[in-house]
Every structure is written in structure tokens, then in C-alpha cells.
Design a protein around this ligand. Structure first.
Ligand SMILES: C[S@@+](CC[C@H](N)C(=O)[O-])C[C@H]1O[C@@H](n2cnc3c(N)ncnc32)[C@H](O)[C@@H]1O
Length: 330
């Protein structure tokens, strides 16, 4: 088979293989195999799965380097790839990006590429559906928290809070960023504005870190209003969920909550075709486009939006995959 044919074959088979891998991870096959090698019968007994179907799925996976099969003992074991996924962080990120919910959404919505108007599309439905589905919400929150941990030190270093006193994270998810900012800057207090379904996980994190007297959770909608009384705002991995019109509404609300000279920090990828992470940047750009007519943005895109909302960019620094854009209210 030529290189081209083998590349095509790999593209053709990848969606099903990653759906199958996702399924076995969800059922913790890799954890059971880490205890000891097992036959399909043994695995299916423990996991309440159909032995024959599980066997066939594992064979499809094993010929893709996922799990190994011993012809003498008929037992399955982990391969280096499934061993790597014993790391819960890697496993959660893989499961979030390959979960059936997304495959279904992406397949249903890819036709947005034909649509010049795509007025009705937004990520709102993803947040609403997650709020109604506890398993999906947990997977989403866990994945966001893991992504946050990936470059939190660089982000905290890039945000200069020496002259700040009250900092609000907009759409801060489980609250990981604001907690780290408050831990690193003892003189500040903080808040996290997010949807109501994130309250419980926020309060749990804030209490577990002993920050109950320093950080408040605000249940609200950043399209409606942003609480007043904060001199610095942060907004991480939120703007890429929305189209330009919606981002302008959020940024204008941010501006209305601030005084002249106050700062807003945007943490997001900045698209750049020479960036070493450009492959992943373009993956997320298209994922956001299909899910919600949203996008990753170039520096120029951010500059335009910020200018229209009443900000000017004062610096941009890199935090691994992300950039930290410091903008001043004018
Ligand atoms: C992609 S997540 C980013 C979470 C967090 N900033 C992070 O970096 O991990 C987007 C967040 O925006 C929140 N969100 C979505 N729509 C919102 C709205 N209208 N008002 C407030 N928060 C909202 C979601 O609940 C979610 O926590």
C-alpha cells in the first residue's frame, strides 16, 4: 500500500476507532487490564458487556496499536497507548474531544460550511445540554479544569495584579483560574461569574482551598450584565465559544463594568500560521465553527473587537498554547 493509500485508510478508520476507544475508556477497560491481563469473557463479566462484541471491538482496536492480545492465553493487556491513558488527565481530555455527543453534533452541523448566514447557530445549546446532562457536564468541567492546569503557571505569571484589588473571572468554569490568581496575589479578592450549574463545583473548590472568605461565585449571564465593583477582569477560553457579534456584547458588558484605565485579560489561542501549535489551533477553530459558528481569532481579530468595545491592547504574552492579551479600558 502506498503512503497516500495508507494515509487515506487511517483517516477513514480513525472516527470509528476513536469512538471505540472512548467507549472502552468510559467502561475503564484499561484500568481493569492494568490490574491483570484478562480474556474477553472475564472483562465482559466484570463490566457487564457482551463478550463477543467486546472481543470484536478489542481486535479492531488492537490492530491500531490500542491494547494487545496474547494468542497463547487469549488475554488482553494494555499497550503503551492505553497505559498512557491511565493518566486521568490525558484520559479525560481524550474522552471529552472524542465523546459521542460531539461526533453527533459535528456530523449534524458540518453543513454550516454551506451557510452564509448561519444566524441561529451558537454554543448556547452545548451549555444548555450539558446543564441538563450531569455526565456530560462533569466530563466538560473536568476537561476544562485539566486544560486550565496545563498552563496555569504561565497564565498567572502573565497577569500583573500588583495594582489590582478585586478580580472577576468571566465564565470561569469550576473556578480554577481565579483560585490560582488569589493564591498567587494575597492582596486581592476574587469572583467567578458563570452559569448556575457551576455553583456547586465552584463552592467545593473554593472551600477545599480555604478561600471561602476571598472568592465569591456569581451566578449570571455575561450577555446581560457583569457585576460592578471589580477593577480587573479575566476571561479565559470563553470568547472562542462565540461569534464576533456575541463577543462584542460580552466585551461591551466587560467595558461597562470597568473604569477607565482598568484592565481586562483575555486568555485564548491567537491564530498564527507559523505557530508550532497551528495544527491544534486549526482543529479547535473548525470545531468551534461547526459547534457554534464561533472561532479562534488572530491578533488583528482581537484588536478590532477590543477597539469596538472600548479597549486598547497594551501587551500580549505567550502561555504555551494560549496567549494572554492585556487590554486597558479607554
Ligand atoms: C469553554 S468554558 C471555559 C471555562 C473556563 N474559563 C476555563 O478556561 O476552563 C466556557 C464557560 O462559559 C460559561 N458560560 C457559557 N455561557 C455563559 C453565560 N451566558 N454567562 C455566564 N457564563 C457562561 C460556561 O458555563 C463555561 O464555564
Amino acid at each position: 500500500m502506498s503512503d497516500i493509500e495508507s494515509h487515506l485508510l487511517s483517516l477513514m478508520t480513525t472516527p470509528l476507532i476513536s469512538i471505540l476507544l472512548n467507549f472502552t475508556l468510559e467502561h475503564e477497560v484499561h484500568k481493569k487490564l492494568a490490574e491483570s491481563p484478562k480474556t474477553s469473557q472475564e472483562l465482559s463479566g466484570i463490566l457487564s458487556l457482551d463478550a463477543d462484541k467486546l472481543n470484536r471491538a478489542l481486535f479492531a482496536l488492537t490492530f491500531n496499536g490500542i491494547y494487545t492480545f496474547n494468542e497463547q492465553t487469549y488475554k488482553w493487556s494494555n499497550s503503551p497507548l492505553t497505559d498512557a491513558l491511565l493518566d486521568d488527565h490525558k484520559c479525560t481530555l481524550f474522552r471529552w474531544n472524542t465523546c459521542p455527543y460531539f461526533y453527533k453534533k459535528l456530523a449534524q452541523k458540518v453543513s454550516i460550511i454551506k451557510d452564509v448566514q448561519h444566524k441561529d447557530e451558537s454554543c448556547e445549546s452545548v451549555f444548555v445540554e450539558a446543564a441538563e446532562n450531569p455526565d456530560l457536564l462533569k466530563l466538560f468541567q473536568d476537561a476544562m479544569t485539566i486544560v486550565t492546569h496545563g498552563n496555569i503557571n504561565e497564565i498567572v505569571q502573565a497577569i500583573d495584579l500588583t495594582s489590582a484589588s478585586r478580580v472577576l473571572d468571566i465564565g470561569g468554569g469550576e473556578g480554577g483560574l481565579i483560585c490560582e490568581l488569589v493564591k498567587a496575589n494575597h492582596h486581592i479578592t476574587g469572583g467567578n461569574l458563570d452559569r448556575e450549574e457551576n455553583r456547586a463545583s465552584n463552592e467545593e473548590l473554593i472551600q477545599s482551598l480555604g478561600l471561602g472568605n476571598k472568592i465569591n461565585f456569581f451566578s449570571g449571564n455575561f450577555f446581560v450584565t457583569i457585576p460592578q465593583g471589580f477593577d480587573t477582569l479575566t476571561i479565559k477560553h470563553v470568547l472562542h465559544d462565540w461569534n464576533d457579534e456575541d463577543c462584542l456584547k460580552i466585551l461591551t458588558n466587560c467595558r461597562n463594568a470597568l473604569e477607565i484605565g482598568n484592565k481586562l485579560y483575555i486568555i485564548d489561542m491567537v491564530l498564527n500560521n507559523t505557530d508550532p501549535n497551528r495544527k491544534l489551533q486549526r482543529f479547535f477553530d473548525v470545531k468551534m465553527m461547526i459547534l457554534g459558528n464561533a472561532k479562534e481569532r488572530t491578533e488583528e481579530n482581537f484588536e478590532n473587537l477590543l477597539r469596538q468595545a472600548g479597549f486598547r491592547i497594551s501587551s500580549i504574552s505567550k502561555a504555551r498554547m494560549d496567549s494572554v492579551i492585556e487590554a486597558v479600558a479607554i
